[in-house]
Structure formats: C-alpha cells, structure tokens
Design a protein around this ligand. Structure first.
Ligand code: ADP
Length: 579
C-alpha cells in the first residue's frame, strides 16, 4: 500500500497530505447530517413514547436550523476539498510530467532503443492521466467513504454491540475477496494498460506514416498491426470488465449482506425483548447511510487497482539511472578510443576492440562500407550510449567521468537528417546558443551561407518553420544546422556528410558553410564521397567495426588496401552518366 501511494504521488507522499486531510474532514462532515437525522428521529419517537410531554417543536426547529447552517459549512468543506485535491492532482501530474521529460533527456539513448517511441508519449499522457484521475477522484472518495462507516461502528458498538457486529461482520469477507483476487485484478489491469498503450503506439505509427501509406497506396493488410492492436484492446477490455466487474460486485454484495444480517438479528432481539424498538430503528437508519459510501469505496478500489500499473510504469522510468559523470570536458584536447567494444544489442558487437587517436584541431575522416560503424563512433563520442568495454578519453579523461551536459556543450553535431523545431528560423538557429543576440545569429547565418535566403523570406528570421523543417529544402535545412553549430562554437565537430546529392548551388554553399565551421576545430567527418576528404589530416578506414587502415589519403592509396579499393570504385561510379 505504501508503495502504491509512493508511486502514484511520484515519490512524494507528503504532497498527498493536504488532500488527505481535506478528504478526512469531508468524511467527518458527512456524519453530522446523519447524527442530526438520528436526533430528529429520537424527538419524534419520544413524542409517541411519552405522549404527555408532546412533540418538542423547538428542538425540531433547532435541528432544522443546524442542518441549514451545516449546508453552508459542508459547501465550504467541499470547496476546500475540491480545491486541494484537484490542485494537488493536476500540479503533481504537470510537474511530474515535466520532471519525467527532463529525466528522460539525461538517459542514454539505449533506453529509447528498448522502447516503442509511442510508449514514452503514452507514459507521459495516458499513464499520467490515469494517475491524475486516481489522485483527484479515487483517493479522496476512498478516504471520505471509509470515515462514516468507521465512526458509525464506534458509536453503534456502544449502543448495541450485537447489532453492530451483525452490521459490520460481512465487511472483512468482502475485503478478503478483493485481497484473494488481487493478483488476477493486477494481471488484468496490467494487460489492459499494455493493450491501450500498444493501440495508441500503433495509431501514432499509422498517422506518422500516413504519407508513405498514401504514396504507396498501401491498404488492407498493411493495417494489420493497427487492427490487431485494436482487437487486442477490445479483448483486454472485455476481460477486464467481465472478470473485475463480478469480483467488485461480489465484494459489494458480501459487504451489503451485513444490512440483511442486521435486520435478522434485530428482529430476533426485538422479539426476544433484549433490544428496544428505537435502537432497532436507529440501526436501520444509520445502516442505509453507512453502506452507500462503502459501495463507492469498493468501486474506487477497482479504479485504484487499475492505476497501480500506470504508476509502476512511471516509477520504473524515474528509477532509470541517468548517465553519471561530474567532471568538465577539456576543450581542444586530444580524443582517444582505446580498445572500444560496443553493441546496441549485447549479443551483436558493432565495434570490436577499436583504438585510434585524434589530435586536437585536426580533421579526421571516417570511411568504410555502410554498416561498418562510422555513425556509431560519433554517437559513442557524444555518449548517446555507453560503451561495453575499453575507454573513450578526451584530454586524457574518460568520458564516463564527464558530465554529459558539459560533454554535449563542447560537441557540435551536423547530421544528414536535420530536425528543425516548429518555431521561427531565428529561434531554430538560437538553439546553438540561447543567449545569442540577433546580431550574433545573423553573423552565424552569414558564415553558414543562409543569411541571403532567410532575408528573402517575407518575415525574414521570424519566418515560422513547419514541423521537422518541412517548409525548407534539404540544403537550406543543412545550412541552418551549420549556423546553429557555428553559434555554439564547440571545440569538437561531428559531421555527417550528406549522401543525397544537392543541386550545385546548394552544394557549394553547404561546402563553404562547412569550411567556416571546421576551422580551428577537432572535426570527425563521416565521409560518403571520398573526393571531399583527400585533404583530411587523417583517414580512419572501418570495416565491420574494426580499424582496417589508418593514414592520409596518399599513404592509404600507396597501401593498395581497402581504402584504395573504395577509392577506385568511387572514381568509376562517380563518372557515370545517363546516356
Ligand atoms: P555506418 O555509419 O558505418 O553505416 P552504423 O554505425 O550506422 O554504420 O551502424 C553499424 C551497425 O550498427 C549496423 O549493423 C547497424 O544496423 C547497427 N545499428 C545502427 N544503429 C542502431 C541502433 N540504433 N540499434 C541497433 N542497431 C543499430
């Protein structure tokens, strides 16, 4: 139970305090009208039992007045409960979501590799929504629903313990039924949440791929994954309702059977003359009041059980360890890979015992067949993943010891698939350095050869960019990403040369921008076209995750090895023409 509340409160049980107190007060508040009702009943009964005293009208009016005042007090209590619980629930969910999103940023990319991309969205929206509902509705209703029966039990025991026993004796059996079936409920809830998340992921996948689906006119069977996930959700929903419903109903019937038992016992005691009629009637009156909140409690229990798995999923992600490291990175320092081995999946090594040394402020080109591990080298240097064995050092310091923020602060990455945020062009460049002035942004844009085309746009730097940069051409996006990198001015530049051929104008602009970017930087360039790297200080030739050759262009050509082969192949293919 502690774990449950720990999980739903995102690890801060204290934050549930105000809403719990408010719910307790609300529970107590519900007792007052019941007590006043008992008093009205007593007053009327006495007028029959002692006709000479007559009906105490004054008392009835007083009770009515108290009831009226109580209405106002109850409204205030409700308002406070509403305010406390909903504020707590929504603030917990909002800050929890933000904290989780921030936490995820610090995790290794390996974490994302293990998950469906839609899964994280579902976690942040779906699972948090579920927990939000539990905190705002189920927990307060559970607490206030328990208060009345508990207090009634204390009062009624003193009035007639036999009747009180009959009334409450069935409740432990109802609770026992829930407890015994707990594992079934947990399993069903878990598979329903899983099915719901799976369906949401498949739907997201379907919508994300809608362009390809339309372009290739894919229909029918291609929807299979989506159809299957909805089918699974339907089955999980039916099982959940079909099995959990009767269980909760069973617990309700058992609990409510106390009322019947009490009437039996009451009739018996009344006939036996060991209990007076007013006490019996009083029990009947309170009984109807007590079982109503208990029914609500049981219904809420089912919903809370359901949200336990969502809370667990959230906690699991929160418990994922962020990449450790506290040291600051040394700028313009040598980079060293020392017997590095790594695989995305532990059983399939991608880099094997890879060692090389890179001097600061030099250009190193990574060359090799597709899949040889070139991109992996750059990703490991940026510590998107941690390596399996060996070490990567910058300035003699293991990157595992370096604070990931500091490390990324000194690395600029220019990839082929540039992602631009749905914001203005200016702000997309500003990502390189949030404190940059407009003049600095324009200066970077000029050096990256994009100032001219940006200035031609109707709103200039304030022109909004479509999501992912959909409103710009490939070359334009690439130059914007170079402007970002120029603004960042990190000492290490990881450059993935574009494979897609750009039109000549764009190509020379991109080349000029790259020349600006790499000056005085330690550059690691993934080269797809060998002619661009002839002047690199060093060329590392990778083959199946191992270093096959190393040297300058001239040295490697002389060796007549893999590089020379690739070079000759390249020379031949470069010259093809459509006849
Ligand atoms: P290159 O850049 O030389 O083409 P990569 O470094 O991208 O090669 O890939 C090396 C190997 O690692 C390939 O076999 C590729 O399939 C695999 N790989 C790349 N990225 C991932 C990933 N995120 N998860 C699993 N395997 C991957």
């Amino acid at each position: 139970m502690y774990k449950y509340f720990y999980n739903i409160s995102g690890g801060s049980i204290r934050s549930l305090g105000p809403s719990t107190i408010a719910a307790l007060l609300d529970g107590i508040a519900k007792i007052i009208p019941a007590a006043l009702l008992v008093d009205i009943f007593n007053t009327i009964y006495r007028s029959f039992a002692e006709p000479e005293a007559g009906l105490n009208i004054g008392r009835l009016w007083t009770v009515c007045a108290v009831l009226l005042i109580w209405l106002v007090v109850e409204y205030a209590a409700y308002a406070s409960l509403y305010d406390k619980t909903y504020k707590v629930a929504y603030s917990l969910a909002a800050s929890g979501r933000l904290k989780l999103a921030e936490h995820i940023r610090h995790l290794s990319l390996g974490f994302f590799g293990k998950r469906d991309p839609g899964d994280i969205t579902n976690l942040l929206l779906g699972d948090y929504g579920q927990v939000e509902h539990t905190i705002s509705h189920n927990v307060p209703q559970l607490i206030s629903g328990i208060m009345l029966p508990v207090l009634a039990l204390f009062g009624l025991v003193f009035l007639d313990w036999r009747m009180a026993l009959a009334m409450f004796i069935a409740i432990p059996f109802g609770v026992l039924l829930l407890w015994l079936t707990d594992s079934v409920q947990a399993r069903l809830s878990e598979s329903h949440v899983k099915a719901k998340n799976e369906a949401a992921s498949r739907l997201q996948e379907y919508l994300a791929g809608i362009r390809e689906i339309k372009a290739h006119n894919i229909g029918g069977k291609r929807f299979e994954r989506l159809r299957l996930s909805f089918d699974q959700l339907k089955r999980a929903s039916i099982s959940l309702e079909g099995v959990m419903g009767p269980m909760i109903m069973g617990a309700m019937v058992l609990t409510r059977s106390g009322m019947t038992l009490m009437i039996f016992v009451g009739s018996y005691l009344l006939i036996g003359g060991t209990m007076s009629l007013p006490v019996f009637l009083l029990f009947l009156l309170v009984g109807t009041k007590v079982f109503e909140p208990l029914t609500v409690v049981l219904m809420n229990y089912g919903e809370m059980r359901y949200s336990a798995y969502s809370a667990q999923r959230i906690m699991d992600v929160r418990m994922e360890k962020p990449l450790p490291g506290t040291e600051n990175v040394r700028a313009h320092a040598p980079i060293e890979f020392d017997r590095v081995s790594f695989g995305y999946d532990s059983d399939q090594p991608v880099l094997k015992d890879l060692s090389f040394h890179i001097e600061p402020n030099t250009i190193t080109a990574l060359v090799g067949p597709s899949g040889s591990g070139k991109s992996t080298v750059t990703r490991l240097l940026a510590r998107f993943w941690d390596i399996d064995s060996g070490s990567i050092r910058i300035g003699g310091r293991e990157i595992k010891e370096i604070n990931p923020e500091s490390l990324l602060g000194d690395i600029s990455m220019v990839f082929q698939d540039v992602y631009l945020f749905q914001d203005t062009i200016g702000n997309n460049i500003r990502i390189g350095n949030r404190d940059a002035t407009q003049a600095e942004i324009e200066e970077a844009a000029k050096r990256a050869c994009c100032h001219e085309f940006i200035s031609r746009l109707p709103q200039g730097y304030d022109t909004p960019v479509g999501e992912g940069g959909s409103t710009l051409s490939g070359g334009e996006k690439q130059r914007i990403s170079i402007a970002r990198a120029l603004l960042k001015d990190a000492s290490i530049v990881l450059l993935d040369e574009a494979t897609a051929s750009l039109d000549p104008e764009n190509e020379s602009a991109v080349q000029q921008a790259i020349n600006e970017l790499v000056a005085n930087k330690t550059v690691i360039l993934i080269a797809h076209r060998l002619k661009t790297i002839q002047h690199a200080d060093k060329i590392l030739v990778l083959d199946q995750g191992q270093l096959a050759e190393e040297g300058t262009h001239a040295e490697l050509l002389e060796k007549q090895g893999l590089y020379a082969n690739l070079w000759h192949l390249h020379q031949n293919t470069d010259g093809w023409r459509v006849k």
